[in-house]
Ligand binder design. Structure first.
Ligand code: GAP
Length: 545
Protein backbone atom coordinates (compact mmCIF):
# COMPACT_ATOMS: atom_id res chain seq x y z
CA UNK A 1 0.00 0.00 0.00
CA UNK A 2 1.30 3.48 -0.73
CA UNK A 3 1.80 5.01 2.73
CA UNK A 4 1.02 8.61 1.79
CA UNK A 5 -2.62 7.84 0.95
CA UNK A 6 -3.39 5.50 3.89
CA UNK A 7 -5.94 6.95 6.31
CA UNK A 8 -7.76 5.21 9.09
CA UNK A 9 -11.52 5.32 9.24
CA UNK A 10 -12.60 7.11 12.45
CA UNK A 11 -14.42 4.92 14.97
CA UNK A 12 -17.69 6.70 15.72
CA UNK A 13 -19.89 5.87 18.70
CA UNK A 14 -23.45 4.99 17.54
CA UNK A 15 -24.90 7.65 19.85
CA UNK A 16 -22.99 10.27 17.84
CA UNK A 17 -24.40 9.12 14.51
CA UNK A 18 -27.34 11.00 13.07
CA UNK A 19 -30.41 8.96 12.11
CA UNK A 20 -31.46 11.74 9.73
CA UNK A 21 -28.16 11.39 7.87
CA UNK A 22 -28.44 7.58 7.82
CA UNK A 23 -32.00 7.73 6.45
CA UNK A 24 -30.97 10.31 3.85
CA UNK A 25 -27.99 8.23 2.72
CA UNK A 26 -30.18 5.12 2.48
CA UNK A 27 -32.58 7.00 0.20
CA UNK A 28 -29.89 8.72 -1.88
CA UNK A 29 -27.91 5.56 -2.47
CA UNK A 30 -30.77 3.13 -3.09
CA UNK A 31 -30.91 1.15 0.17
CA UNK A 32 -34.35 2.02 1.58
CA UNK A 33 -37.15 4.15 0.14
CA UNK A 34 -40.40 5.17 1.83
CA UNK A 35 -43.14 2.87 0.46
CA UNK A 36 -45.59 4.50 -2.01
CA UNK A 37 -43.56 7.68 -1.88
CA UNK A 38 -45.20 9.30 -4.90
CA UNK A 39 -48.54 9.13 -3.04
CA UNK A 40 -47.09 10.69 0.09
CA UNK A 41 -45.87 7.41 1.60
CA UNK A 42 -47.65 5.12 4.05
CA UNK A 43 -46.72 5.13 7.72
CA UNK A 44 -44.83 2.02 8.83
CA UNK A 45 -43.98 0.62 5.38
CA UNK A 46 -40.66 0.73 3.55
CA UNK A 47 -39.29 -0.51 0.25
CA UNK A 48 -35.83 -1.99 -0.02
CA UNK A 49 -34.00 -0.51 -3.00
CA UNK A 50 -31.48 -2.35 -5.19
CA UNK A 51 -28.65 -2.10 -2.63
CA UNK A 52 -30.91 -2.64 0.40
CA UNK A 53 -32.23 -5.83 -1.18
CA UNK A 54 -28.67 -7.09 -1.75
CA UNK A 55 -27.67 -6.25 1.83
CA UNK A 56 -30.79 -7.93 3.22
CA UNK A 57 -30.18 -11.04 1.10
CA UNK A 58 -26.58 -11.25 2.33
CA UNK A 59 -27.72 -11.23 5.98
CA UNK A 60 -30.55 -13.66 5.23
CA UNK A 61 -28.19 -16.08 3.47
CA UNK A 62 -25.70 -15.92 6.33
CA UNK A 63 -28.42 -16.76 8.86
CA UNK A 64 -29.73 -19.62 6.71
CA UNK A 65 -26.22 -20.98 6.19
CA UNK A 66 -25.43 -20.93 9.92
CA UNK A 67 -28.84 -22.33 10.92
CA UNK A 68 -29.83 -24.79 8.21
CA UNK A 69 -26.99 -25.65 5.84
CA UNK A 70 -24.14 -25.57 8.33
CA UNK A 71 -25.76 -25.58 11.78
CA UNK A 72 -23.72 -25.09 14.96
CA UNK A 73 -21.83 -27.95 16.56
CA UNK A 74 -23.76 -29.12 19.62
CA UNK A 75 -22.42 -29.83 23.13
CA UNK A 76 -21.75 -33.48 22.14
CA UNK A 77 -19.46 -32.44 19.28
CA UNK A 78 -21.88 -33.26 16.46
CA UNK A 79 -23.66 -30.74 14.22
CA UNK A 80 -27.19 -29.96 15.38
CA UNK A 81 -30.14 -31.10 13.26
CA UNK A 82 -32.01 -28.09 11.86
CA UNK A 83 -34.25 -28.14 8.81
CA UNK A 84 -35.73 -25.22 6.89
CA UNK A 85 -39.35 -24.33 6.17
CA UNK A 86 -41.31 -21.80 4.12
CA UNK A 87 -44.87 -21.77 5.41
CA UNK A 88 -47.85 -19.75 4.25
CA UNK A 89 -48.36 -16.21 5.52
CA UNK A 90 -52.09 -16.84 5.92
CA UNK A 91 -53.08 -19.89 7.95
CA UNK A 92 -56.38 -21.16 9.28
CA UNK A 93 -57.49 -18.37 11.67
CA UNK A 94 -57.90 -20.91 14.47
CA UNK A 95 -54.08 -20.92 14.53
CA UNK A 96 -54.15 -17.47 16.10
CA UNK A 97 -56.84 -18.38 18.60
CA UNK A 98 -54.70 -21.30 19.74
CA UNK A 99 -51.49 -19.28 19.82
CA UNK A 100 -53.14 -16.63 22.00
CA UNK A 101 -52.71 -13.85 19.45
CA UNK A 102 -56.46 -13.20 18.98
CA UNK A 103 -56.96 -12.71 22.72
CA UNK A 104 -53.54 -11.54 23.84
CA UNK A 105 -51.58 -9.79 21.09
CA UNK A 106 -52.70 -6.37 22.18
CA UNK A 107 -51.30 -3.01 23.08
CA UNK A 108 -53.18 -0.98 25.74
CA UNK A 109 -54.29 2.23 23.99
CA UNK A 110 -55.65 5.49 25.35
CA UNK A 111 -56.93 8.53 23.51
CA UNK A 112 -56.45 12.09 24.74
CA UNK A 113 -59.89 13.67 25.13
CA UNK A 114 -58.36 17.07 24.44
CA UNK A 115 -55.91 16.69 21.51
CA UNK A 116 -57.35 13.34 20.31
CA UNK A 117 -53.90 11.75 20.04
CA UNK A 118 -53.82 7.96 20.32
CA UNK A 119 -51.20 6.79 22.82
CA UNK A 120 -49.75 3.54 24.10
CA UNK A 121 -50.92 3.68 27.73
CA UNK A 122 -47.81 1.84 28.90
CA UNK A 123 -45.60 4.48 27.24
CA UNK A 124 -47.35 7.49 28.78
CA UNK A 125 -45.20 7.66 31.89
CA UNK A 126 -41.90 7.56 30.02
CA UNK A 127 -43.25 10.16 27.56
CA UNK A 128 -44.17 12.41 30.48
CA UNK A 129 -40.54 12.35 31.62
CA UNK A 130 -39.54 14.30 28.53
CA UNK A 131 -42.75 16.33 28.02
CA UNK A 132 -42.01 20.09 27.86
CA UNK A 133 -45.00 21.06 30.02
CA UNK A 134 -43.96 18.65 32.79
CA UNK A 135 -40.41 20.03 32.81
CA UNK A 136 -41.73 23.60 32.87
CA UNK A 137 -44.22 22.88 35.66
CA UNK A 138 -41.58 21.21 37.81
CA UNK A 139 -39.18 24.10 37.26
CA UNK A 140 -41.91 26.42 38.53
CA UNK A 141 -41.87 24.75 41.95
CA UNK A 142 -38.17 24.25 42.73
CA UNK A 143 -37.07 22.62 45.96
CA UNK A 144 -40.21 20.46 46.19
CA UNK A 145 -40.95 16.98 44.95
CA UNK A 146 -43.14 18.43 42.24
CA UNK A 147 -46.14 20.62 41.59
CA UNK A 148 -49.24 20.87 43.76
CA UNK A 149 -52.66 22.04 42.58
CA UNK A 150 -51.88 25.71 43.32
CA UNK A 151 -48.67 25.59 41.30
CA UNK A 152 -50.50 24.05 38.37
CA UNK A 153 -53.23 26.69 38.46
CA UNK A 154 -50.63 29.49 38.71
CA UNK A 155 -48.57 27.92 35.94
CA UNK A 156 -51.59 27.55 33.65
CA UNK A 157 -52.21 31.28 33.86
CA UNK A 158 -48.60 32.26 33.16
CA UNK A 159 -47.01 33.48 29.94
CA UNK A 160 -44.52 30.61 30.17
CA UNK A 161 -47.39 28.08 30.06
CA UNK A 162 -48.85 29.69 26.97
CA UNK A 163 -45.41 29.43 25.37
CA UNK A 164 -44.40 25.85 26.22
CA UNK A 165 -47.79 24.22 26.71
CA UNK A 166 -50.69 26.02 25.04
CA UNK A 167 -52.47 22.66 24.90
CA UNK A 168 -52.26 22.32 28.68
CA UNK A 169 -53.76 25.78 29.21
CA UNK A 170 -56.68 24.86 26.93
CA UNK A 171 -57.09 21.47 28.62
CA UNK A 172 -57.36 23.03 32.07
CA UNK A 173 -59.75 25.72 30.86
CA UNK A 174 -61.91 23.01 29.36
CA UNK A 175 -61.85 20.87 32.46
CA UNK A 176 -60.66 22.57 35.72
CA UNK A 177 -61.15 19.36 37.69
CA UNK A 178 -58.22 17.97 35.73
CA UNK A 179 -55.78 20.14 37.72
CA UNK A 180 -55.25 17.37 40.28
CA UNK A 181 -54.40 14.78 37.60
CA UNK A 182 -51.88 17.10 35.98
CA UNK A 183 -50.31 17.95 39.36
CA UNK A 184 -50.10 14.27 40.19
CA UNK A 185 -48.37 13.47 36.90
CA UNK A 186 -45.85 16.29 37.36
CA UNK A 187 -45.19 15.24 40.95
CA UNK A 188 -44.53 11.64 40.02
CA UNK A 189 -42.12 12.62 37.28
CA UNK A 190 -40.29 15.00 39.65
CA UNK A 191 -40.01 12.18 42.20
CA UNK A 192 -38.43 9.98 39.51
CA UNK A 193 -41.36 7.54 39.42
CA UNK A 194 -40.63 4.90 36.81
CA UNK A 195 -43.55 2.55 37.50
CA UNK A 196 -45.68 1.71 34.51
CA UNK A 197 -49.00 2.32 36.26
CA UNK A 198 -51.48 4.27 34.24
CA UNK A 199 -51.16 8.05 34.39
CA UNK A 200 -54.18 9.91 33.12
CA UNK A 201 -52.47 13.05 31.74
CA UNK A 202 -51.57 13.43 28.08
CA UNK A 203 -47.83 14.04 27.58
CA UNK A 204 -48.62 16.32 24.64
CA UNK A 205 -51.16 18.69 26.16
CA UNK A 206 -51.94 17.52 29.72
CA UNK A 207 -55.46 16.59 28.57
CA UNK A 208 -57.41 13.77 30.15
CA UNK A 209 -56.80 10.27 28.79
CA UNK A 210 -59.44 7.63 28.28
CA UNK A 211 -59.11 4.31 30.11
CA UNK A 212 -56.77 2.05 28.13
CA UNK A 213 -58.43 -0.30 25.67
CA UNK A 214 -56.86 -3.36 24.04
CA UNK A 215 -55.87 -2.84 20.42
CA UNK A 216 -55.10 -6.03 18.51
CA UNK A 217 -51.99 -5.80 16.35
CA UNK A 218 -52.96 -8.38 13.74
CA UNK A 219 -53.88 -7.25 10.22
CA UNK A 220 -57.16 -8.78 9.09
CA UNK A 221 -58.34 -9.75 5.64
CA UNK A 222 -60.88 -12.12 4.10
CA UNK A 223 -60.20 -15.28 2.12
CA UNK A 224 -62.77 -15.69 -0.65
CA UNK A 225 -65.40 -13.47 -2.18
CA UNK A 226 -67.56 -12.88 0.89
CA UNK A 227 -66.30 -10.43 3.49
CA UNK A 228 -67.90 -11.92 6.59
CA UNK A 229 -66.71 -13.25 9.97
CA UNK A 230 -66.54 -16.80 8.63
CA UNK A 231 -64.00 -15.78 5.98
CA UNK A 232 -61.87 -13.61 8.24
CA UNK A 233 -58.14 -14.38 8.13
CA UNK A 234 -55.03 -12.77 9.60
CA UNK A 235 -51.66 -11.89 8.13
CA UNK A 236 -49.17 -13.70 10.37
CA UNK A 237 -47.70 -11.49 13.13
CA UNK A 238 -44.79 -13.94 13.57
CA UNK A 239 -43.29 -16.68 11.40
CA UNK A 240 -43.10 -19.01 14.41
CA UNK A 241 -46.64 -20.40 14.25
CA UNK A 242 -46.11 -21.78 10.73
CA UNK A 243 -43.33 -23.86 12.27
CA UNK A 244 -45.49 -25.19 15.10
CA UNK A 245 -48.23 -26.12 12.63
CA UNK A 246 -45.70 -28.18 10.65
CA UNK A 247 -43.84 -29.72 13.57
CA UNK A 248 -45.63 -33.09 13.14
CA UNK A 249 -45.11 -33.05 9.37
CA UNK A 250 -41.39 -32.50 9.88
CA UNK A 251 -41.14 -35.29 12.50
CA UNK A 252 -43.03 -37.70 10.22
CA UNK A 253 -41.16 -36.89 6.99
CA UNK A 254 -37.65 -35.75 7.82
CA UNK A 255 -36.19 -38.48 10.08
CA UNK A 256 -35.35 -35.87 12.73
CA UNK A 257 -35.13 -36.78 16.40
CA UNK A 258 -35.55 -34.53 19.44
CA UNK A 259 -33.59 -32.31 19.90
CA UNK A 260 -33.99 -30.71 16.48
CA UNK A 261 -34.83 -27.32 15.03
CA UNK A 262 -37.01 -25.90 12.27
CA UNK A 263 -35.95 -22.55 10.83
CA UNK A 264 -37.88 -20.08 8.76
CA UNK A 265 -37.33 -16.65 7.24
CA UNK A 266 -40.22 -14.57 6.00
CA UNK A 267 -42.51 -11.61 6.20
CA UNK A 268 -44.52 -10.79 9.31
CA UNK A 269 -47.12 -8.06 9.76
CA UNK A 270 -48.13 -6.07 12.82
CA UNK A 271 -50.44 -3.11 12.85
CA UNK A 272 -48.04 -1.25 15.15
CA UNK A 273 -49.67 1.76 16.79
CA UNK A 274 -46.51 3.82 16.61
CA UNK A 275 -44.20 2.58 13.86
CA UNK A 276 -41.01 4.53 14.37
CA UNK A 277 -37.28 4.93 14.05
CA UNK A 278 -37.03 4.22 10.33
CA UNK A 279 -37.16 0.45 9.74
CA UNK A 280 -36.75 -0.42 13.45
CA UNK A 281 -40.47 -0.78 14.08
CA UNK A 282 -42.49 -1.13 10.90
CA UNK A 283 -45.84 -2.67 10.09
CA UNK A 284 -44.46 -5.09 7.51
CA UNK A 285 -41.07 -6.63 8.30
CA UNK A 286 -39.10 -9.83 7.98
CA UNK A 287 -38.20 -12.28 10.69
CA UNK A 288 -35.63 -15.07 11.00
CA UNK A 289 -36.93 -17.54 13.55
CA UNK A 290 -35.89 -21.00 14.65
CA UNK A 291 -37.89 -23.25 16.95
CA UNK A 292 -35.67 -25.72 18.80
CA UNK A 293 -37.69 -28.73 19.99
CA UNK A 294 -36.08 -30.44 22.98
CA UNK A 295 -36.79 -32.63 25.99
CA UNK A 296 -38.34 -30.56 28.82
CA UNK A 297 -35.50 -31.53 31.19
CA UNK A 298 -32.95 -30.13 28.75
CA UNK A 299 -34.68 -26.86 27.93
CA UNK A 300 -32.65 -24.77 30.40
CA UNK A 301 -29.39 -26.12 28.97
CA UNK A 302 -30.47 -25.35 25.40
CA UNK A 303 -31.65 -21.87 26.38
CA UNK A 304 -28.09 -21.07 27.51
CA UNK A 305 -26.65 -22.72 24.41
CA UNK A 306 -28.76 -20.65 22.00
CA UNK A 307 -28.19 -17.47 23.93
CA UNK A 308 -24.42 -17.76 23.38
CA UNK A 309 -24.75 -19.01 19.80
CA UNK A 310 -26.89 -16.09 18.81
CA UNK A 311 -24.59 -13.51 20.36
CA UNK A 312 -21.67 -15.08 18.44
CA UNK A 313 -23.71 -14.89 15.25
CA UNK A 314 -24.36 -11.18 15.68
CA UNK A 315 -20.66 -10.60 16.25
CA UNK A 316 -19.93 -12.53 13.06
CA UNK A 317 -21.72 -9.75 11.14
CA UNK A 318 -18.89 -7.41 12.12
CA UNK A 319 -20.79 -5.63 14.92
CA UNK A 320 -18.58 -4.21 17.65
CA UNK A 321 -19.05 -6.17 20.91
CA UNK A 322 -19.32 -2.89 22.82
CA UNK A 323 -22.56 -2.15 20.95
CA UNK A 324 -24.23 -5.47 21.83
CA UNK A 325 -25.53 -6.82 25.11
CA UNK A 326 -28.01 -9.26 26.67
CA UNK A 327 -31.01 -8.08 28.67
CA UNK A 328 -33.11 -10.55 30.64
CA UNK A 329 -36.85 -9.88 30.61
CA UNK A 330 -38.49 -9.15 33.94
CA UNK A 331 -41.37 -11.49 34.80
CA UNK A 332 -43.98 -8.80 34.08
CA UNK A 333 -42.59 -8.19 30.57
CA UNK A 334 -42.72 -11.81 29.42
CA UNK A 335 -44.95 -12.53 26.42
CA UNK A 336 -47.98 -14.72 27.10
CA UNK A 337 -46.17 -17.83 25.80
CA UNK A 338 -42.84 -17.26 27.42
CA UNK A 339 -41.27 -18.80 30.55
CA UNK A 340 -37.95 -16.98 30.20
CA UNK A 341 -36.69 -14.53 27.62
CA UNK A 342 -33.49 -12.66 26.98
CA UNK A 343 -33.03 -9.97 24.36
CA UNK A 344 -29.92 -9.35 22.34
CA UNK A 345 -29.76 -5.56 22.24
CA UNK A 346 -27.88 -3.04 20.12
CA UNK A 347 -26.90 0.54 20.87
CA UNK A 348 -28.94 2.32 18.15
CA UNK A 349 -28.22 5.97 17.32
CA UNK A 350 -31.78 6.83 18.44
CA UNK A 351 -31.55 5.20 21.88
CA UNK A 352 -29.38 8.03 23.19
CA UNK A 353 -26.46 5.86 24.31
CA UNK A 354 -28.79 3.14 25.59
CA UNK A 355 -29.65 -0.19 24.01
CA UNK A 356 -32.74 -1.38 22.10
CA UNK A 357 -34.06 -4.81 21.09
CA UNK A 358 -32.56 -6.74 18.21
CA UNK A 359 -33.48 -10.36 18.90
CA UNK A 360 -35.43 -12.25 21.56
CA UNK A 361 -34.42 -15.73 22.73
CA UNK A 362 -37.42 -17.23 24.48
CA UNK A 363 -38.09 -20.40 26.44
CA UNK A 364 -41.62 -21.11 25.17
CA UNK A 365 -42.01 -24.30 27.21
CA UNK A 366 -44.64 -26.59 25.66
CA UNK A 367 -47.15 -23.72 25.31
CA UNK A 368 -47.60 -23.68 21.54
CA UNK A 369 -47.73 -27.41 20.82
CA UNK A 370 -50.08 -27.97 23.76
CA UNK A 371 -52.36 -25.18 22.56
CA UNK A 372 -52.43 -26.53 19.00
CA UNK A 373 -53.09 -30.03 20.32
CA UNK A 374 -56.05 -28.75 22.34
CA UNK A 375 -57.49 -26.56 19.60
CA UNK A 376 -56.99 -28.97 16.69
CA UNK A 377 -57.61 -32.22 18.54
CA UNK A 378 -54.46 -33.62 16.86
CA UNK A 379 -51.87 -35.32 19.04
CA UNK A 380 -48.66 -33.30 19.11
CA UNK A 381 -46.70 -35.57 21.43
CA UNK A 382 -43.34 -37.04 20.51
CA UNK A 383 -42.33 -40.64 21.08
CA UNK A 384 -38.68 -40.69 22.18
CA UNK A 385 -37.38 -44.08 21.12
CA UNK A 386 -33.82 -43.39 22.27
CA UNK A 387 -35.05 -42.47 25.72
CA UNK A 388 -37.11 -45.66 25.80
CA UNK A 389 -34.06 -47.83 25.00
CA UNK A 390 -31.93 -45.97 27.54
CA UNK A 391 -34.54 -46.50 30.27
CA UNK A 392 -34.90 -50.16 29.34
CA UNK A 393 -31.12 -50.58 29.70
CA UNK A 394 -31.32 -48.83 33.07
CA UNK A 395 -33.89 -51.44 34.13
CA UNK A 396 -36.76 -48.96 34.59
CA UNK A 397 -40.31 -50.35 34.91
CA UNK A 398 -42.64 -50.58 31.90
CA UNK A 399 -44.98 -47.97 33.43
CA UNK A 400 -42.13 -45.55 34.06
CA UNK A 401 -40.85 -45.97 30.51
CA UNK A 402 -44.30 -45.53 28.99
CA UNK A 403 -44.90 -42.42 31.03
CA UNK A 404 -41.54 -40.80 30.27
CA UNK A 405 -40.91 -41.66 26.62
CA UNK A 406 -43.92 -39.82 25.19
CA UNK A 407 -43.99 -36.09 25.81
CA UNK A 408 -44.67 -32.71 24.25
CA UNK A 409 -41.27 -31.16 23.53
CA UNK A 410 -40.26 -27.81 24.98
CA UNK A 411 -39.21 -25.08 22.63
CA UNK A 412 -36.33 -22.61 22.72
CA UNK A 413 -36.85 -19.87 20.14
CA UNK A 414 -34.20 -17.47 18.83
CA UNK A 415 -36.38 -14.89 17.03
CA UNK A 416 -34.75 -12.03 15.21
CA UNK A 417 -35.78 -9.36 12.75
CA UNK A 418 -34.08 -9.52 9.35
CA UNK A 419 -35.09 -5.97 8.53
CA UNK A 420 -33.91 -4.90 11.99
CA UNK A 421 -30.57 -6.59 11.24
CA UNK A 422 -30.36 -4.48 8.06
CA UNK A 423 -30.84 -1.38 10.22
CA UNK A 424 -28.15 -2.48 12.66
CA UNK A 425 -25.60 -3.12 9.90
CA UNK A 426 -26.40 0.25 8.34
CA UNK A 427 -26.03 2.04 11.69
CA UNK A 428 -22.85 0.14 12.56
CA UNK A 429 -21.23 0.75 9.16
CA UNK A 430 -22.26 4.39 8.83
CA UNK A 431 -19.16 6.56 9.28
CA UNK A 432 -19.08 10.28 8.52
CA UNK A 433 -15.75 11.19 6.90
CA UNK A 434 -15.55 14.99 6.92
CA UNK A 435 -11.77 14.84 6.35
CA UNK A 436 -11.90 12.82 3.15
CA UNK A 437 -11.68 14.63 -0.12
CA UNK A 438 -14.29 12.57 -2.03
CA UNK A 439 -16.96 10.85 0.04
CA UNK A 440 -18.83 12.49 2.89
CA UNK A 441 -19.62 9.07 4.35
CA UNK A 442 -18.25 5.55 4.24
CA UNK A 443 -20.39 2.49 4.89
CA UNK A 444 -17.75 0.22 6.38
CA UNK A 445 -19.61 -3.10 6.09
CA UNK A 446 -17.69 -6.27 6.79
CA UNK A 447 -16.80 -7.17 3.15
CA UNK A 448 -18.90 -10.38 3.20
CA UNK A 449 -22.09 -8.34 3.71
CA UNK A 450 -21.36 -5.43 1.37
CA UNK A 451 -24.00 -5.27 -1.39
CA UNK A 452 -21.31 -4.80 -4.06
CA UNK A 453 -17.99 -6.52 -3.44
CA UNK A 454 -15.92 -4.85 -6.16
CA UNK A 455 -16.03 -1.88 -8.49
CA UNK A 456 -14.21 -2.37 -11.79
CA UNK A 457 -13.17 0.81 -13.54
CA UNK A 458 -11.22 1.79 -16.61
CA UNK A 459 -9.34 4.96 -15.62
CA UNK A 460 -10.57 6.63 -18.82
CA UNK A 461 -12.98 5.49 -21.53
CA UNK A 462 -10.33 5.13 -24.22
CA UNK A 463 -6.99 3.61 -25.20
CA UNK A 464 -8.24 0.02 -24.82
CA UNK A 465 -8.87 0.37 -21.06
CA UNK A 466 -12.65 -0.27 -21.18
CA UNK A 467 -12.12 -3.55 -23.04
CA UNK A 468 -9.67 -4.88 -20.42
CA UNK A 469 -11.92 -3.73 -17.56
CA UNK A 470 -14.99 -5.30 -19.15
CA UNK A 471 -13.20 -8.61 -19.56
CA UNK A 472 -12.24 -8.53 -15.87
CA UNK A 473 -15.84 -7.73 -14.97
CA UNK A 474 -17.18 -10.65 -17.03
CA UNK A 475 -14.60 -13.00 -15.46
CA UNK A 476 -15.62 -11.97 -11.91
CA UNK A 477 -19.34 -11.30 -11.99
CA UNK A 478 -20.48 -14.91 -11.54
CA UNK A 479 -18.37 -15.25 -8.39
CA UNK A 480 -18.75 -11.82 -6.79
CA UNK A 481 -21.34 -9.06 -7.04
CA UNK A 482 -19.38 -6.52 -9.07
CA UNK A 483 -20.12 -3.25 -10.77
CA UNK A 484 -18.49 -1.99 -13.95
CA UNK A 485 -18.49 1.78 -14.21
CA UNK A 486 -16.88 4.04 -16.73
CA UNK A 487 -18.71 7.32 -16.07
CA UNK A 488 -17.35 10.34 -14.15
CA UNK A 489 -13.88 10.97 -12.72
CA UNK A 490 -12.15 8.14 -10.90
CA UNK A 491 -12.38 10.13 -7.62
CA UNK A 492 -16.17 10.38 -7.93
CA UNK A 493 -16.47 6.71 -8.73
CA UNK A 494 -14.42 5.84 -5.60
CA UNK A 495 -16.55 8.21 -3.51
CA UNK A 496 -19.76 6.54 -4.65
CA UNK A 497 -18.34 3.11 -3.85
CA UNK A 498 -17.34 4.34 -0.36
CA UNK A 499 -20.87 5.55 0.26
CA UNK A 500 -22.44 2.24 -0.75
CA UNK A 501 -19.83 0.27 1.19
CA UNK A 502 -17.94 -1.47 -1.63
CA UNK A 503 -14.74 -2.79 -0.03
CA UNK A 504 -12.50 -2.88 -3.13
CA UNK A 505 -12.17 -1.12 -6.46
CA UNK A 506 -9.93 -2.29 -9.30
CA UNK A 507 -8.75 0.32 -11.77
CA UNK A 508 -7.37 -0.43 -15.19
CA UNK A 509 -4.98 2.27 -16.41
CA UNK A 510 -2.21 2.82 -18.94
CA UNK A 511 0.21 0.59 -17.02
CA UNK A 512 -2.24 -2.31 -17.11
CA UNK A 513 -1.86 -2.41 -20.87
CA UNK A 514 1.91 -2.88 -20.61
CA UNK A 515 2.52 -4.80 -17.35
CA UNK A 516 -0.91 -6.40 -16.64
CA UNK A 517 -1.17 -4.82 -13.19
CA UNK A 518 -4.25 -3.05 -11.82
CA UNK A 519 -4.72 -0.67 -8.92
CA UNK A 520 -6.61 -2.06 -5.93
CA UNK A 521 -8.18 0.68 -3.86
CA UNK A 522 -9.36 -0.20 -0.38
CA UNK A 523 -12.50 1.49 0.98
CA UNK A 524 -11.71 2.09 4.66
CA UNK A 525 -8.12 3.33 4.27
CA UNK A 526 -8.37 4.74 0.72
CA UNK A 527 -4.98 3.08 0.24
CA UNK A 528 -3.86 1.75 -3.13
CA UNK A 529 -1.59 -1.04 -4.28
CA UNK A 530 -0.91 -2.76 -7.59
CA UNK A 531 -1.48 -6.43 -8.21
CA UNK A 532 -1.42 -8.54 -11.36
CA UNK A 533 -4.79 -8.68 -13.08
CA UNK A 534 -4.63 -12.47 -12.91
CA UNK A 535 -4.54 -12.20 -9.07
CA UNK A 536 -7.78 -10.21 -8.70
CA UNK A 537 -10.05 -13.21 -8.21
CA UNK A 538 -7.72 -14.76 -5.59
CA UNK A 539 -7.41 -11.36 -3.89
CA UNK A 540 -11.19 -11.08 -3.56
CA UNK A 541 -11.54 -14.67 -2.42
CA UNK A 542 -9.00 -14.05 0.32
CA UNK A 543 -10.37 -10.69 1.46
CA UNK A 544 -14.14 -11.06 1.12
CA UNK A 545 -14.47 -14.24 3.22
N1 GAP B 1 -41.92 -15.42 17.60
C1 GAP B 1 -41.53 -14.53 18.62
C2 GAP B 1 -41.58 -13.13 18.20
O1 GAP B 1 -42.11 -12.78 17.16
P1 GAP B 1 -40.87 -10.73 18.93
O2 GAP B 1 -39.92 -10.29 20.00
O3 GAP B 1 -42.22 -10.13 18.91
O4 GAP B 1 -40.94 -12.30 19.07
C3 GAP B 1 -38.94 -11.06 17.22
O5 GAP B 1 -40.20 -10.50 17.51
C4 GAP B 1 -38.09 -10.04 16.50
O6 GAP B 1 -38.77 -9.56 15.35
C5 GAP B 1 -37.77 -8.78 17.31
O7 GAP B 1 -36.67 -9.00 18.17
C6 GAP B 1 -37.44 -7.79 16.23
O8 GAP B 1 -36.11 -7.97 15.77
C7 GAP B 1 -38.39 -8.21 15.12
N2 GAP B 1 -39.60 -7.36 15.13
C8 GAP B 1 -40.69 -7.49 15.91
N3 GAP B 1 -41.59 -6.52 15.64
C9 GAP B 1 -41.05 -5.77 14.66
C10 GAP B 1 -41.49 -4.61 13.93
N4 GAP B 1 -42.68 -4.07 14.15
N5 GAP B 1 -40.67 -4.09 12.98
C11 GAP B 1 -39.46 -4.65 12.73
N6 GAP B 1 -39.00 -5.74 13.38
C12 GAP B 1 -39.77 -6.29 14.33
Amino acid sequence: MSEDTVMQLPKVDPSEKSMDEIVALCKRRGFVYPASEIYGGINGFWDYGPLGALLKNNIRDHWWKRMVECPPIGPDGDPLQIVGLDSSIIQNPRTWEASGHVAGFNDPMSTCKQCKKLLRADHVLSMLHSAPWVTAVNETSPGTDGADNDTISAFAGSNRARKVAPGLVDALKENPSHVAIVANAAQRVAAGDQSETFVAACPHCGGELTEPRAFNLMFESHAGAIKDEANKVYLRPETAQGIFLNYKNVVDTMRVKVPFGVAQIGKAFRNEVTPRNFIFRSREFEQMEMEWFCHPDEAAKWYEFWKNERMDWWKSLGIDEANLRFRDHDDDELAHYSKMCVDVEYRYPFTGGNFGELEGIAHRGCFDLTQHQEHSGKDQSYFDQELQVRMQNEGKSKEEIKEASRYIPNVIEPASGLTRAVLVLLCEAFTPTPDRSGSKYVLSFKPKFAPIKAGIFPLVAKDGMPEVAQKLYYDLREKFTCEYDVKQSIGRRYARMDEIGTPYCFTIDGDTLTDQTVTVRERDTASQQRINISQVEAFLRENIG
